[in-house]
Design a protein around this ligand. Sequence first.
Ligand SMILES: Cc1ncc(C[n+]2csc(CCOP(=O)(O)OP(=O)(O)O)c2C)c(N)n1
Length: 590
Amino acid sequence: MSAADLMAVLIARHFRYDPDAPRDASNDHLVFSKGHASPLLYAMFKAMGFIDDEEFLTYRRLGSRLEGHPVPILPWVEVATGSLGQGLPIGVGMAIAGKHLDRLPYRVWVLCGDSEMAEGSMNEALEHAGHLGLGNLIAIVDVNRLGQTGETMHGWDLDAYRDRAEVFGWRTIEVDGHDPAAIDGAYAQAAAPDGRPTMIVARTIKGYGVGEVANKEGWHGKALAHPEQAIAELGGERHLLVPPLKPARLGDPHRFPAGRLELPRYPVGSEAATRQAYGDALAALGSARGEVVALDGEVSNSTFSEVFREAHPERYFEMYIAEQQMVAAAVGIQVRGWVPFASTFAAFLTRAYDFVRMAAISRADIRLSGSHAGVSIGEDGPSQMALEDLAMMRAVHGSTVLYPCDANQAAQLVALMADLTGISYIRTTRAKTPVIYGPDERFAVGGSKVLRSSGDDQAAVVTAGITVHEALKAADTLAKEGISVRVIDAYSVKPIDAATLRRAAAETGGRLITVEDHWPEGGLGAAVLDVFADEDLRPRVVNLAVRDMPGSGKPDELLAAAGIDAAHIADAARRLARAGPQIGSLERRT
Ligand SMILES: Cc1ncc(C[n+]2csc(CCOP(=O)(O)OP(=O)(O)O)c2C)c(N)n1
């Protein structure tokens, strides 16, 4: 109710939108950063004629499109909100798409709560929007003084919000959020671009218009005790229809040139880092497909997204050290059909995890690249080592998790990612690794490669990334001792190649070793165990993973210290070979 007047004036006089063509490039965009104000959003949909009373009253019921917080299963909702502090950063992404990619003057309106302005991500958004001069972005801050449990840090001190925005280069307009004429004037001013984003700082009253709750604490998210009285106070039952203003046709969105895909080719036997291959492949993909866009968190010379930046500077966005804003921008950009790849050290993606989680709820298609995986980065020490990223990314609904071991494989997987839906993640390695696959070798999401096998394998080593090379060394050593082991490169950690794992379990008498440069929780070993958890017959799985807190050291030293190098793999295989078959009854199934 605090923002109802703000939104009423918006839809009646300023918001340009064609509900019959919600993906039309000429439409304005509206994001409810305060997603919990969904009753207001759905009331707007009712007023604009998108939904009827009957549907409105299904609010929050099982199966209803009108969930407690907005989700894009509704055609007029573009991104999910409800985790506070996300709508404005995503709006920044949409505004980037408008200004730099589509190059169309549609506007992005974002309704923010005052309490959510305390989120660090809102400050990232303010700074980026100011820095980029996103004149197409209008934030409306509903300063109703109250949050969920009491007063916000700044109460009705509107200047606290205004000053902060102005420091970041925003134009600001303070307004009485219950004075329609003043609101109308503020929107008109905001819509006249001056190269700066605009913040409308509106003084409002929470629960406005209903005496029982107006400006009172303790009513956040609660149902009214006397709804009939409230309806009477608000002027009685009415059925206003306020169709949105049709947008003027803004023209065709800008398109970047496209050509043939020519992925980089690395000679077998040479050495190259998979992070280098990420950058090389992304640049090649950018030449082939004009819709590919790259973002990076100020480490492009480490992740190698700098190769893309040099090749396609107009489609590269430096997000500085603001990982939440980086992922949010990717989500906002993909709303308009662009294909974003965002990269940073894998360890620092943890910082943006809530944005990744929400991106899945947004049904967003984004691609993430995390470099510097695991202890193998060496001297920089554990603050830079990603040791939980596989677990984190596997846990995202509908995600794809890829972990290449060589440059040609990495390049092919990057190309595959462009056409994936949902959240896809590629984990890359700092060190150069031997190129073992030819440039024409093909890989598939859900696939794996069996690199060593015989009819007499006494164990199977399942691994991915840098430890594939350790496993190959171990297999060669063991072969000289007369012990053959199978080596499986499980580069698709999710979905994992369950059929190949089942076959390996059956053909090695149930003796599997998983090896990963990651904590034992939630990574590759866990993915392998998941395959067998509910099987009648389960193999024994030895999980070699990083178990103690690593320090600095040479990569080889750290792999050895963590127990995931060739020597440790060989030891584990010898033990299993000595132990004999672990599940003889597996034969029944094979
Ligand atoms: C990140 C996050 N933290 C906490 C919450 C729980 N929560 C929902 S609404 C709310 C208060 C929001 O206050 P404000 O942004 O001022 O909105 P308003 O008072 O207008 O409802 C809180 C803390 C949340 N949804 N997201």
